[in-house]
Design a protein around this ligand. Structure first.
Ligand code: PLP
Length: 401
């Protein structure tokens, strides 16, 4: 989606400089074309099997983007009542919504049942009873699966690994087994599936193969105990290229996921980052070029409140100039205006010369960018802009003070 024409950066044929001039900075800029391309690529990798793609909407919850995905037949993985409301109002079919999270509130469970979502991915035994009780009070049945924690080291950042036995997520196989037996006896519970999600930004297909193997073995065990499942939800986690990581192709990913699973089920997949990550950049303006004895800083007008991944995960984002200037590369620290030392987008990054008022594009910022933004330091959230059909439009206005 990105290309230089002469010295200027373009997204899908539109000049980033021009958009920035009109919208002001900072802002997120997305490509509709890239989003749809990512969705189709992912979806078609599973074309041989019955499956539902349930986009993990926490990655990016812009309603306009959700509508695009809904129109392409995408479902959602939600983690709160707020996400439920947004998914439904954006046209996501409730029969394609799965609800995860260790701390579902009564009102959230109630609304999800009333909306007729496909299933709750249950994360504890008390939650099973709670859902049964609420379903009973509504005179309904709730479709459920248990989220199992297969104790797999997905070899990713400790803050985004979820499938190890010391993580708060899911149940170990033994506890989930007890849950399935208990659930069978509950009148307002309908056991339909199994769920697992081993982590995020995974670049080792062996982790997915191992998950596939453990889950399939477990499904056989459940079957022997008289528990048949229709849905196998393998979660999300497919990694993307931020720097020079090797990544898993969608076809290798599908192969790994399916490597051990039985065929007569409907597979559910919950990609978040993969669908929107590289379909968005964050555009920011250099406020000051600050040189000190030890360091050269580019102080930009976006902060960790706008894009927090570098601060909390030490995440790498490539940063490129919107106007390429001639000269030799130097080392720069790209920093925001927030009063925290962790408000740094890049350290000692080799970059072309730049001046105050130049724009920079922070790449691969579409996932866990805007959705994790905050008002810290009493800053208004950025605008969101989409390029579609050779035009751009604001799909979320900049917040006002
Ligand atoms: C975050 C999350 C996902 C999506 O993870 P990605 O790495 O963005 O694909 C999927 N399922 C669950 C349960 C999650 O918590």
């Amino acid at each position: 989606m990105l290309e230089y024409k002469k010295e200027l950066l373009f997204v899908d044929g539109l000049s980033v400089c021009e958009i920035a001039g009109e919208v002001g900075t900072p802002f997120y800029l997305y490509s509709r074309k890239k989003l749809i391309e990512n969705f189709r690529k992912f979806d078609s990798a599973f074309s041989g099997v019955k499956h539902i793609v349930c986009y993990a909407m926490k990655a990016n919850e812009n309603p306009y983007l959700l509508k695009i995905l809904a129109r392409n037949g995408c479902g959602c993985d939600i983690v709160s009542g707020g996400e439920l409301k947004l998914a439904v109002s954006s046209g996501i079919n409730p029969k394609r919504i799965v609800f995860a999270g260790v701390g579902k509130r009564d009102d959230e469970i109630r609304r999800a049942i009333l909306n007729g979502i496909l299933m709750f991915n249950i994360e504890s035994i008390p939650e099973l009873y709670r859902i049964d009780k609420i379903a009973k009070s509504l005179n309904k049945t709730a479709g459920i699966s248990f989220r199992v924690n297969p104790d797999i080291d997905a070899k990713t950042h400790p803050h985004i690994t979820t499938g190890l036995s010391h993580n708060k997520f899911g149940l170990c196989f033994e506890d989930a087994f007890a849950g399935y037996i208990l659930g069978k006896a509950l009148k307002n519970i309908k056991i339909i599936g199994i769920h697992t999600h081993i982590g995020s930004q995974i670049s080792d297909s062996g982790s997915f193969v191992l998950a596939s193997k453990k889950i399939s073995k477990y499904i056989r065990k459940l079957k022997d105990a008289g528990i048949g499942l229709k849905y196998i939800d393998m979660g999300g986690g497919l990694g993307i290229k931020y720097k020079d990581e090797k990544i898993i192709s969608t076809s290798d990913y599908a192969k790994a996921i399916r490597s051990h699973l039985p065929e007569n089920h409907t597979l559910i997949l919950e990609p978040g980052r993969f669908l929107i990550g590289n379909a968005g950049v964050m555009v920011t303006k250099i406020l000051y070029v600050k040189k000190t004895l030890k360091k050269n800083f580019l102080v930009v007008d976006a902060g960790m409140n706008d894009l927090v991944r570098p601060a909390i995960y030490g995440a790498y984002h490539e940063i490129i100039p919107v106007i390429k200037r001639k000269g030799i590369k130097h080392n720069w620290d790209v920093v925001g205006p927030i009063c925290e030392s962790s408000d740094v987008f890049a350290k000692d990054r080799r970059m072309l010369p730049a001046k105050a008022d130049d724009f920079l594009a922070v790449l691969c910022a579409g996932a866990y960018g805007y959705s994790m933004s905050s008002n810290y330091n009493q800053r208004a959230r950025a605008a969101e802009v989409l390029v579609e059909n050779n035009k751009w439009r604001i799909i979320r206005c900049r917040e006002k003070l």
